[in-house]
Design a protein around this ligand. Structure first.
Ligand code: ADP
Length: 261
């Protein structure tokens, strides 16, 4: 913990980047990366003049390359910075571009932060109106360091209905509050199941969790993303639903979240 604190970078803006938002979750597999990608694309769709980027800070399991259908190594510019890779108009940087997906890296304390620092600062992001940071899951030292080292406009927490009432979200919120980062709200992912046959919405896990959390903590529920096989299928194919199905109800949810941030 002390080592992390020593290596802790001071809060510094990223040159040419106006608004930075991080997308966090208490644990993996809740749809944090799916949300990051679709939200980035929804922000770009809502304001076509805006320039949007995604930093994949989930170095333990970088999934942005696959979700954004990007591969290859970033080129170096004259000033020795990396050029982000671009798809669907969104600039992306990920550890997945720099290391072979199949090679396991044993990340240790300071290595993690210095890798993330590189992905943040040695990249030609400018000009960007929005940079979304896909955080590593959890609320440990690394997450805290990122939250402290960036001038964040705010944090979005992603959760599933099963976990929403649990300590996860609260822990996340507490972490960001500790370092004075506003919690913009919670995205409840896989919240409702819409029956493909009859179209009825089923709140399989109930709705009480979200309402309770909101009531007790004052944290806004930014949106409920349904559990939908298409979201998963399209993600796997590197075609996020916001671009693949711009008129779908799921896309509407992401656009409505985009208008709130
Ligand atoms: P995390 O970033 O939290 O680890 P991912 O975004 O990688 O989670 O999502 C985990 C898995 O769940 C992926 O296979 C993804 O396609 C799937 N998934 C995410 N959100 C939904 C959803 N709303 N409906 C169906 N599948 C989803």
């Amino acid at each position: 913990r002390q080592m992390m604190a020593k290596g802790l970078p001071k809060q510094r803006p990223i040159e040419g980047v106006k608004n930075i938002i991080c997308v966090a979750s208490g644990k993996g597999g809740v749809g944090k990366s799916t949300t990051t990608v679709n939200l980035a694309l929804a922000i770009a769709a809502e304001d076509p003049k805006s320039k949007v980027g995604i930093l994949d800070a989930d170095i333990y399991g970088p999934s942005i390359p696959k979700l954004m259908n990007l591969s290859g190594e970033p080129e170096l510019s004259a000033d020795n910075k990396m050029e982000p890779l671009v798809n669907y108009g969104v600039k992306c940087m990920s550890m997945g571009f720099l290391v072979d997906e199949t090679s396991a890296i044993v990340w240790r304390g300071l290595m993690v932060m210095s890798a993330i620092e590189k992905l943040l600062r040695q990249v030609n992001w400018a000009p960007l109106d929005w940079l979304l940071v896909d955080m590593p899951p959890g609320t440990g030292d690394v997450q805290l360091s990122i939250a402290q080292s960036l001038p964040l406009k705010g944090a979005i927490l992603v959760t599933t209905p099963q976990d929403i009432a649990l300590a996860d979200v609260r822990r996340g919120a507490t972490m960001f509050q500790k370092v004075h980062v506003p919690v913009l709200g919670v995205v409840e992912n896989m919240s409702v199941f819409v029956c493909p046959n009859c179209g009825t919405s089923h709140h399989i896990f109930g709705q009480k969790g979200a309402q309770k959390l909101s009531r007790e903590t004052g944290i806004e529920i930014l949106g409920e993303v349904p559990l939908d096989g298409r979201v998963c299928e399209l993600s796997d194919a590197g075609q996020p639903i916001v671009v693949a199905e711009p008129n779908s109800s799921q896309t509407a949810v992401f656009k409505s979240i985009a208008r709130k941030v």
